[in-house]
Design a protein around this ligand. Structure first.
Ligand SMILES: [Zn+2]
Length: 401
């Protein structure tokens, strides 16, 4: 039996399918009027797609009772026609999901990668999770449009090569896209987690309806994903968005990158722990001493927040300074890029009350006059909601855009 699968879906067939996908319920006449396809082409392709069960014919419920002779027939995408796989690779786990073409989640899976030894084992683990997802979802592999993957490192977007994936704390180059495409024969798209997150927000989250979005992740590092006029800003070497290394003070604290005075050296949660440790080494008093018994390795970002909430001066001052500095960093971005919305996420915002509100106020104090007050702010509290879904958006974008 002839079957339309992910390999023979292109050209006019793709244009027609995409039009129906976006507009959800359309007639053959709608397709002729709104695409550049001729009537005979629409008729031929539609018949083929209906025969192959990719499009479903439905009677128009609004006019079926009217006495107008032939009942108008509308078309919609069969949600079971095609699927996408979305994979979130994090530092210690792989989370994946299979989605249908209407972006409904069919199945999910999560596996630990805490104890992997080398890059071969790592790539094999990713492949195994994908294969298990396909089996678990009981779908035909031929109907998978692509696999979208989010990784916590720099990626050469064109080759899908991971540039500095941290494997047992050693940065490594890994040819993940090539490996998976060779083994699975399905198109693979890979991007770093900040770009994937902003894409997920753009399609399904706080960014819906906006074309200029900055997504800020403030954890032990500070990074961002940026969408300008509906497209991810990648830059020449796919490394745009490294907002954590913008300069706040050229003689300031030393950053993980080796330079001085980067934003991350003040707002990264790791840097904040170092800052507290430095002050304690100088003999400063703080409630935090009661918890750590002089063992500085016991200092955590959560503990610093706990002491600050108990009105401890040292911890409060360091966190207040971090919030002010993040405000300066975000104001710099707004002054340069003039986004419609800033979406913040990460551990930085997690423990104290109203962190987001204060950062927003600090940002507004630093804005250039013409920026006005109309940039919106949102806080993405539960990042797991879009896990698996956001990387699948990369497949939709590459297949249909
Ligand atoms: Zn730096």
């Amino acid at each position: 039996m002839y079957m339309i699968n992910n390999k023979n879906l292109s050209g006019n067939k793709m244009i027609l399918l995409n039009y129906v996908r976006i507009n959800e319920l359309v007639s053959r006449t709608d397709i002729c009027n709104n695409t550049l396809l001729s009537k005979p082409t629409v008729s031929r392709i539609t018949d083929e797609l209906v025969k192959n069960n990719l499009l479903i014919e439905v009677a128009d419920s609004y006019v079926t009772n009217a006495n107008i002779g032939r009942k108008p027939i509308l078309l919609k995408i069969n949600p079971k026609a095609f699927y996408c796989v979305g994979i979130d690779i994090e530092r210690t786990s792989i989370k994946g999901a299979v989605l249908d073409i209407n972006r409904n989640i069919i199945t999910r899976k999560e596996e630990s990668i805490k104890y992997i030894k080398d890059d071969n084992e790592f790539m094999k683990d990713v492949k195994n999770v994908i294969e298990k997802l396909v089996i678990q979802s009981k779908i035909n592999k031929q109907l998978i449009l692509g696999i979208g993957i989010s990784v916590p490192c720099t990626v050469d977007y064109n080759t899908g090569k991971l540039i500095d994936y941290s494997l047992n704390s050693i940065p490594k180059e890994i040819h993940l896209k090539k490996y998976l495409e060779d083994k699975l024969s399905i198109p693979v798209y890979i991007d770093n987690n900040a770009n994937i997150r902003v894409l997920g927000e753009y399609w399904y989250g706080f960014g819906r309806g906006y074309k200029n979005i900055i997504y800020i992740m403030c954890n032990h590092g500070v990074g961002s994903g940026i969408i300008v006029e509906g497209n991810i800003l990648r830059g020449k070497n796919s490394v745009a968005g490294e907002i954590g290394h913008q300069k706040i003070d050229k003689n300031g604290r030393t950053c993980t990158c080796g330079k001085k005075g980067c934003l991350e050296a003040y707002c990264g949660t790791e840097a904040i722990c170092m800052n507290v440790k430095d002050e304690l080494s100088k003999g400063m008093s703080s409630e935090i001493r009661d918890y750590i018994c002089e063992d500085y390795r016991k200092i955590t970002f959560e503990l610093i927040n706990k002491c600050a909430s108990n009105k401890d001066n040292l911890c409060s001052n360091i966190l207040d300074k971090a919030e002010q500095t993040l405000g300066i960093g975000i104001a710099n971005l707004i002054n340069i890029l003039n986004p419609e919305i800033i979406i913040c996420s990460g551990e930085f915002f997690k423990y104290r009350e109203d962190v987001m509100e204060r950062v927003k106020e600090h940002t507004k104090e630093q804005l250039f006059n013409l920026m006005g007050d109309d940039t919106r702010f949102a806080y993405r509290k539960d990042e797991d909601i879009l896990s698996g879904v956001s990387p699948a958006a990369l497949v939709f974008k590459n297949t249909f855009d």
